[in-house]
Write a protein that binds this ligand. Structure first.
Ligand SMILES: Nc1ncnc2c1ncn2[C@@H]1O[C@H](COP(=O)(O)OP(=O)(O)OP(=O)(O)O)[C@@H](O)[C@H]1O
Length: 573
């Protein structure tokens, strides 16, 4: 309300003298003008655009399965143009807040219209403004991360989920939902097409295509003149190395930098080193609250940090067990690799991109602008660098440690690793120069690596679908994960066993119950974690029985126990 401070209004509301309400506003769509002509679509792009536009005013789900750099965004833009011209709104979801600047700038250079931005970095009033502009039709486009899927848009004409395979579309805490599922359901409710786009679609989405619930649209070549990069496997068992980096790779990095090109080094481990160990007695710095090692950090000051519960400890000056002075770090995090790269390439800039280096507001934007300049540099980073970015000057990509992704117990681990490799590799050679990709591994014969190098991601996906079908795993059966957490592991097991027995009593529910078993990380933040997985091919019946069973469990559980129910879990952690 004009002229009256919010604090005053709140005080009056507290005394029940006034009530603060939001006035519904009229829907008033704004016309869209084209700011830039579209690119000339290649035949595959044209086909994809035409297919989607056939379903302009009705629900149909599409999987836009296009190689990295094949011009999926151009396909989105050309479809959006037609939908916006009809006076309808478009909702676009991206997995990361860090992807919003590049996406918004591509939208702004193509369309003159109001674009509302929604992500976790906004304060409440900015969020409200964005919601209102969507609800009233002032915003023709809403661009946001996961929760933007709930934005009120009365005249919705198209939903796009870019990088649909990305795990961040699933909310894993509190109110659990998968933005991909909500998008499909919302498209159905509001009768508009939904496009899920990715160079590495999820196995779940391929299954939807297989079952005729989604139409696949393929882009099989890079857009413009760019070519796909060549992947090389570096066998760490035999390779000569310096600081854990093969000499062959070091030579190639040097060549690229001298040619004024950029190099991207990927390591999915932030901090300086994952282990601190005593050189005399073997003592290791472990988090007192979790079954995990402390990670050593050197910035902004030396300290130990548990990445699981957030505990921070001072860096010990000597071994607390034997008083020995020499404590050594094992393994490499981005901090240590940054140090080595600075030593190996002193004449070139090393730009580190991880959660630590981008935690300040605006820092990612500054880094991003720097990368877009045609200057030689080494970009070193974690997941943040892997997702959907277009870095035209990167011609060499190296993944320093691919093996950790091959060792997980999660049945989706190979899918995630394959996606990561293909996505990171896809940042190479997107401009005028052809790219090369190096994968450092101790397991060069691993089937996954060979399928990706000699075949492609789609072949891997088809093999994985067959394996999942044979093993009767999702998406061929439906899963529910029960997580149970308390200070007593025996209490967790006894409680889950008792309730598993009750569920087994329903004779017409064909069900497998796995567990209870300790979670992959058994103790976290001082509490024991147990898991139990329910698997059934009959989703309606599974959900029907679980509904009352779950209520029963909640009533029966001790107050100190925490229970959570995860439908279609994406991670078994
Ligand atoms: N038809 C076209 N003609 C020429 N250039 C194109 C065409 N379509 C797209 N491009 C260009 O190709 C580059 C890569 O396109 P884009 O970023 O849209 O690919 P993408 O499929 O979204 O990639 P990724 O999945 O890796 O994020 C961009 O510079 C884009 O402008």
């Amino acid at each position: 309300m004009a002229g009256i401070e919010t604090a005053t209004l709140k005080a009056l509301e507290k005394k029940e003298i006034c009530a603060c309400v939001l006035e519904p506003q009229d829907f008033n769509p704004q016309p869209m003008q084209l700011a830039q002509m579209p690119l000339t679509a290649n035949p595959e792009q044209k086909h994809a655009v035409e297919q989607v536009l056939k379903y302009r005013n009705q629900y149909q789900a599409f999987l836009l399965d296009g190689l990295t750099g094949s011009g999926k965004t151009e396909v989105y833009l050309q479809i959006m143009e037609q939908v916006l011209k009809q006076g309808k709104q478009v909702l676009v979801l991206v997995p990361e807040i860090g992807l919003t600047p590049q996406t918004i700038s591509r939208f702004q250079s193509r369309f003159h219209c109001h674009i509302a931005l929604l992500h976790s970095g906004l304060n409440d009033s900015k969020r409200l403004q964005a919601w209102q502009s969507a609800e009233t039709g002032k915003a023709s486009i809403v661009l946001g991360t996961r929760s933007a899927i709930y934005t009120p848009m009365p005249n919705l004409g198209l939903i796009i989920l870019d990088e649909e395979h990305d795990l961040s579309f699933k909310q894993q805490e509190g109110f659990r939902y998968h933005a991909r599922d909500v998008a499909l359901y919302r498209g159905h409710l509001q009768q508009c097409p939904v496009i899920l786009g990715s160079a590495t679609p999820s196995i779940d989405s391929y299954a939807l295509v297989q079952h005729g619930k989604m139409q696949a649209l393929e882009l099989n070549q890079r857009a413009g003149t760019a070519l796909m990069p060549k992947i090389h496997i570096l066998d760490l068992k035999v390779a000569q190395k310096q600081h854990g980096i093969s000499l062959q790779l070091i030579q190639d990095i040097k060549k690229r930098l001298e040619k004024k090109e950029q190099v991207l080094i990927f390591l999915n481990r932030r901090g300086y080193a994952p282990v601190l160990i005593c050189g005399s007695c073997g003592w290791q710095a472990q988090c007192p609250h979790c079954d995990a090692n402390f990670t050593v950090h050197r910035q902004p000051y030396q300290h130990l940090h548990c990445h699981h519960c957030g505990t921070i400890h001072r860096m010990p000056e000597h071994c607390p067990q034997c008083q020995h002075q020499e404590l050594v770090t094992l393994g490499m995090g981005t901090g240590k690799v940054e140090e080595h790269l600075n030593e190996l390439f002193p004449d070139f800039e090393v730009i580190r991109v991880d959660r630590d280096s981008t935690s300040r507001v605006g820092s990612w934007q500054k880094i991003y602008d720097k990368i877009q300049k045609s200057e030689p540099a080494i970009l070193l980073g974690t997941q943040m660098l892997a997702k959907g970015h277009h870095f035209p000057y990167v011609t060499l990509v190296a993944i320093l440690d691919i093996d950790s992704g091959l060792l997980s117990v999660d049945f989706r681990a190979t899918e995630r690793t394959a996606q990561l490799i293909v996505q990171v590799a896809g940042r190479a050679g997107r401009g005028e120069h052809k790219g090369d990709v190096y994968l450092q591994t101790l397991r060069p014969d691993h089937a996954l690596l060979n399928t990706l190098v000699n075949e492609n991601y789609r072949v891997f996906a088809q093999q994985t679908l067959k394996e999942r079908q044979m093993a009767r795993m999702p998406p061929y059966r439906y899963a529910i994960l029960i997580r149970c957490e308390s200070k007593d592991q025996a209490q967790n097991t006894e409680f889950l066993q008792k309730h598993a027995a009750l569920l087994r009593q329903y004779p017409d529910l064909a069900l497998d119950i796995w567990g209870p078993i300790p979670a992959p990380m058994e103790r976290k933040a001082g509490r024991y974690q147990s898991h139990m997985v329910l698997l059934s091919a009959d989703r309606p019946r599974l959900h029907y029985y679980v509904r009352s069973w779950w209520q029963n469990m909640l009533q029966d559980k001790p107050s100190s126990m925490k229970l959570t129910l995860d439908i279609d879990p994406q991670e078994l952690s």
